[in-house]
Design a protein. Structure first.
Length: 296
């Protein structure tokens, strides 16, 4: 189906009579524009309009979401937000919380790295979640990087930690993230693969809001280990026990993709400075950076 629909096509698409459609056009209640005497209707805008409810949701859809990147946090992404001049702020709350805020249009971009116990293909967990998320029928998923995740441990790895089963058997103190955070989802997945649960490990309270907070808990001696990225370990001067590589993606609505903030950020991803910084931080594979992984 074309992106711009005629009156006849729109009426069929919305399952309305053409007369009813003209009434909506006359009332200014449906997204459309007149070109050379003909009414044309952008399909993407129609989809958003239908999803928001008739007819009062149209005005709110014309307003951009706040210029905020929510969801998960990442050292390279935080640096890029500052250095790109995007003007995008950061609200790190965890991947699942980011998707919920994006669906409610409380943020412009959600950063996610999801892990599901029932996933047939772990590499598509982010895409599957967005494709089935309520209210994100018009989303686009942009690859940011593949990241190395593992156990952060004190310098010199004094406990000789090698894996999670060892952590559980020795009752070592584990710093954890909040529910819905990608690192916490990964912890549950890796424990399940080892036939363990969170009840088999010794948690540290309170939970850590970010990977940086988790690293600080270990650095201060409040915890023996915790799951975060290699970049977080390196920034905090901690040792790192590698476990997995994961996809870290950005999600936003199609209509917001070309706005100045996201455009500046995505353009910065192509710069030599960005790639140099990724190499300095460590634990990043930028092969997927900037690639469109899903158009909902």
């Amino acid at each position: 189906m074309p992106e711009l629909l005629t009156t006849e096509e729109t009426a069929a698409y919305l399952r309305l009579s053409e007369r009813k459609l003209y009434e909506l056009v006359a009332a200014g209640a449906v997204p459309c524009s007149k070109v050379t005497g003909r009414w044309l209707f952008p399909k993407a805008a129609l989809d958003r309009w239908v999803a928001s409810g008739l007819p009062d949701g149209l005005k709110s859809l014309e307003e951009s979401a706040p210029a905020i990147v929510g969801g998960s946090t990442d050292p390279l992404l935080e640096w890029a937000l500052r250095e790109s001049g995007s003007g995008l702020a950061s609200l790190p709350e965890g991947s699942e919380a980011g998707l919920r805020r994006l669906a409610r249009r409380e943020i412009m971009v959600a950063a996610i790295h999801l892990h599901a116990l029932e996933a047939a293909d772990p590499s598509t967990a982010n895409i599957d979640a967005v494709a089935h998320a309520p209210g994100l029928h018009d989303a686009v998923v942009i690859g940011f990087a593949r990241r190395e995740q593992g156990l952060l441990v004190a310098p010199g790895n004094p406990h000789g930690i090698e894996d999670l089963p060892q952590v559980a058997s020795r009752k070592l103190r584990v710093a954890q993230r909040q529910e819905g955070a990608g690192a916490q989802l990964l912890l549950r997945l890796l424990l399940a693969e080892a036939k363990l649960t969170t009840r088999d490990i010794k948690p540290v309270h309170p939970v850590c809001a970010t990977g940086t907070d988790l690293a600080q808990a270990i650095r201060a001696g409040h915890a023996d280990c915790g799951i975060a990225t290699r970049a977080a370990a390196q920034a905090a001067g901690l040792d790192f026990v590698p476990l997995v590589w994961e996809n870290f993606d950005l999600v936003l609505r199609q209509r917001d993709y070309f706005l100045p903030g996201p455009s500046a950020l995505f353009g910065f991803f192509r710069s030599d400075r960005f790639r140099q910084r990724a190499g300095e931080l460590g634990g990043y594979d930028l092969t997927v950076c900037g690639a469109i992984r899903l158009v909902a």
